[in-house]
Design a protein around this ligand. Structure first.
Ligand code: AHR
Length: 632
């Protein structure tokens, strides 16, 4: 192999490798949003789903669900509990999202919006029970007001439990109204109250992602327009964020998930702040007036599209405007005076057909008219090979679109065979955002798909092609991101978790290694004057890293036989004698990581000697290696 270190072919975008976030597989509610109570505000279609009545010591009572939609359409339901428990208690237990993950010694904060309605104050006894019904944490709280007020109390847990339940016992003789019954760990990401699960956000931070795309995916589109994602309903006080049914609730689900709703506790403010926390550029995607084609495909008529476009304009002002603008002031009032530096905005997800083009044109005219510097990310429909995909690609090229969002879910073989996909791409047209991709080892959509090493290795091979063409491919992200081991609808996924723990799939480590070792400038790495994209089952790319003054080689051996390689590097003043090597591999193509063996396939560090301008490298079967050479 030859590397011409002085012949820069392309600059790699600092945003190149990023994150796709969607609330699928319990990613937000039941996942990264650390709320432990399911259906905390009784807004599910079955308002008491997740809750059970409890009685002890002869206590009694009853629960009514009250609908106040006329006054509070955004939070219509609350419960009125009548207690008649001379000596005993009446209560409600909450099952959590597949149980509640509780950690010994950690503090938890219980809170409730409540209003006393009777002569006597109803007293609340809060308990956490383990799976054998033993109490592992408790507190007392007596709401006092006859008007709605928020009450909270903290307590420590005495045991670590994967599937705890919350009990709220009520005693006395009286009537109490309750809403927003909530339990959060005190320890969250950056210890923000009502915040995010720290272990999961840390996994994102560890990727050092260039961008964070949010909030999806199909949930941007909704089953019908009424349940599309509307960012304005996801900011401000959490009890004023309108809950909706999740688009992944049960349909298209490999597991029935009738309890999947969106509380939007993780809303647009939290997405922007998380992006900022982890150093990622924010990339919101908005509904373009079209519901998900896989559901109703409902369209908003063109003469009713304005509010959708206004949402996009207002979002840009919310992210970037100063305190003298309406939406910039709101952001300031919500505690973030500094702008979020939004530079890109997606219009629609996986939409196609003339209806999309028509709506896209109206969005683009308005956005570019007011914010010419904001780049618009345009959807080109799902899946490689689809005729809509190619048609849209051509149409957008003719329309001078900024960035095309291509999605590919295909076999590992497809990924290996398409490592050259962008080698002959028209350089003058739109840039590419490989916005969703994942190799599927059984078939796309199969519940039997696994995050195998074969899939991860094929993605790594494909990504050498993305990186080699970094002048045209400016961003890339694996999808979906998160999955609860008991609550997923789609597999494979990048990061898996249960109520207490999480692990990165082999695919996660591929993404992370590309991101941490992307370098700054692509240089030619050739075999017989050709890009290394499948010859003898090998794939490779090289880049200078001007930040660390070195050269980065990425090499994939997708075959069952070891390779002895030799790289002759020209155009450099020579390298330090020892280079660092990162190896990700397994002998078993079907190997996976799991909660039990979270790092079975994970990066291992070593070194290799460099002789002058020649590097010899042995690459084991089924192996992804990165070599980092340092300039002399
Ligand atoms: O990543 C899962 C789904 O795949 C996304 O919601 C959608 O955009 C794509 O079809």
């Amino acid at each position: 192999y030859t590397i011409a270190a002085d012949k820069v072919k392309a600059q790699i975008s600092p945003n190149m490798y990023g994150i796709f976030f969607e609330d699928i597989n319990l990613a937000a509610d039941g996942g990264v949003y650390a709320e432990l109570v399911k259906n905390r505000s009784f807004e599910f279609n079955m308002p008491l789903m997740g809750w059970d009545e409890q009685k002890k010591d002869g206590g009694d009572g009853r629960v009514e669900v009250i609908n106040r939609a006329a006054d509070r359409p955004e939070n219509a339901h609350f419960i009125k509990v009548y207690i008649d428990s001379a000596g005993g208690s009446f209560g409600l237990s909450n099952e959590g999202f597949r149980g509640m993950g509780i950690k010994e010694g950690e503090e938890y904060s219980f809170s409730v919006m409540a209003k006393q309605e009777g002569e006597q104050n109803v007293k609340l006894n809060i308990e956490l029970h383990d799976d054998k019904n033993a109490i592992i944490g408790k507190a007392e709280l007596t709401p006092t007001d006859k008007e709605w007020n928020r009450y909270s109390v903290k307590f420590k847990a005495t045991a670590t439990v994967q599937k705890a339940q919350l009990y709220v016992w009520m005693s006395g003789k009286g009537i109490i109204d309750m809403d927003m019954v909530s339990l959060f760990p005190e320890h969250t990401w950056k210890n923000r109250p009502g915040g995010l699960r720290a272990d999961l956000v840390q996994k994102l931070a560890d990727m050092k992602p260039g961008f964070l795309r949010f909030p999806g995916g199909c949930i941007v589109e909704g089953r019908e327009l009424n349940t599309r994602y509307q960012w304005k309903k996801t900011i401000g006080a959490v009890d004023q964020r309108t809950n909706i049914i999740n688009r992944w609730n049960t349909e298209f689900s490999h597991r029935p998930t009738p309890d999947y709703y969106q509380t939007f506790g993780l809303g647009f403010m939290e997405y922007f702040m998380t992006a900022e926390d982890i150093g990622a550029s924010p990339l919101p995607i908005l509904n373009c007036g079209m519901a998900c084609e896989f559901n109703t495909g409902e369209l908003v008529p063109m003469d009713k599209l304005d509010p959708y476009i206004q949402d996009a304009l207002d979002l840009i002002e919310f992210a970037n405007g100063d305190v003298n603008t309406k939406w910039g002031k709101l952001r300031t009032d919500l505690g973030h005076p500094a702008p979020f530096h939004l530079k890109m905005l997606g219009v629609g997800n996986e939409q196609w057909g003339p209806q999309y083009i028509e709506r896209w044109k109206a969005f683009t005219k308005a956005i570019k008219g007011k914010y010419p510097d904001v780049k618009i990310v345009s959807a080109v429909g799902p899946f490689p090979g689809g005729k809509e995909f190619d048609l849209l690609n051509k149409t957008f090229r003719a329309l001078g679109a900024d960035i095309l969002d291509e999605h590919y879910y295909a076999s590992p073989k497809w990924f290996l065979e398409h490592a050259k996909r962008y080698d002959n791409y028209d350089r003058k047209g739109p840039k590419i955002f490989a916005g969703e991709y994942a190799a599927q080892n059984v078939v796309t959509g199969s519940p039997k798909n696994k995050n195998t090493w074969e899939c991860a290795l094929a993605e790594a091979a494909f990504m050498t092609g993305l990186e080699r063409n970094a002048d045209v491919v400016r961003m890339a992200s694996y999808a979906p991101l998160f999955a609860h081991v008991e609550g997923w609808q789609w597999t494979p996924d990048l990061i898996w978790f249960d109520n207490l723990n999480s692990y990165g799939s082999p695919n996660y480590y591929v993404q992370q290694l590309f991101s941490l070792n992307k370098g700054t400038d692509v240089v030619p790495l050739l075999l017989n004057n050709e890009a290394v994209a499948g010859q003898d089952g090998c794939f490779a790319t090289a880049s200078l890293d001007k930040n660390t003054n070195g050269l980065v080689i990425k090499f994939i051996n997708s075959t069952a036989s070891a390779k002895s390689t030799s790289f002759k590097i020209t155009g450099s003043k020579g390298y330090q004698k020892q280079a660092s090597v990162i190896t990700l591999r397994s002998n078993d193509k079907d190997a996976v990581n799991s909660l039990e063996t979270p790092t079975a396939i994970s990066p291992k560090n070593s070194t290799v000697n460099v002789s002058g301008n020649t590097l010899k490298l042995d690459v084991e079967p089924y192996t992804f290696k990165i070599v980092r050479l340092k300039n002399k």
